[in-house]
Design a protein around this ligand. Sequence first.
Ligand SMILES: Cc1cc2nc3c(=O)[nH]c(=O)nc-3n(C[C@H](O)[C@H](O)[C@H](O)COP(=O)(O)O)c2cc1C
Length: 139
Amino acid sequence: MLAQLFYVSKRSPKCSDEDIKKILEVSVANNAKKNITGVLLYSKEKFLQCIEGELNHLLALYDKIKLDKRHSEAIMLGLIPVKERNFPSWQMAGKSVDLNKVDFQLQMSAAEREEFADILSGKAKSAERVNKIIQLFFK
Ligand SMILES: Cc1cc2nc3c(=O)[nH]c(=O)nc-3n(C[C@H](O)[C@H](O)[C@H](O)COP(=O)(O)O)c2cc1C
């Protein structure tokens, strides 16, 4: 069954931009083998990731990712069955986000900005809403 999994986590202060480059490289290689696609948003403090693929592959990957020392406190925001992928052409696309500038850069409304803050703090747990907000970054 095709599914999407969303989570937010805390980026370790030791996780450098070079580390993120490596994460993305390994992800592209590994995810291609499992037909997993998705996106990784990262700021100085947070990660927000969407992975999509076969349900059992997603759960196995999430179990592995959770153990990674380059972040902590992963909170699953949603796990939903889907008919099609949002990011079919990306094994893993990365995008850096400056949390203080998102409303300006993406012309987010005040409500969206507030919702994004709730997502990053793990409070908002609607996969549909998380999906909408993530899409804004990859328009
Ligand atoms: C925020 C974050 C996101 C990650 N996303 C992925 C991913 O999508 N796919 C992946 O294979 N590894 C991902 N990783 C890396 C895994 O935790 C792990 O280091 C890697 O899969 C190990 O690959 P290997 O078994 O080939 O050595 C991520 C790590 C972090 C910290």
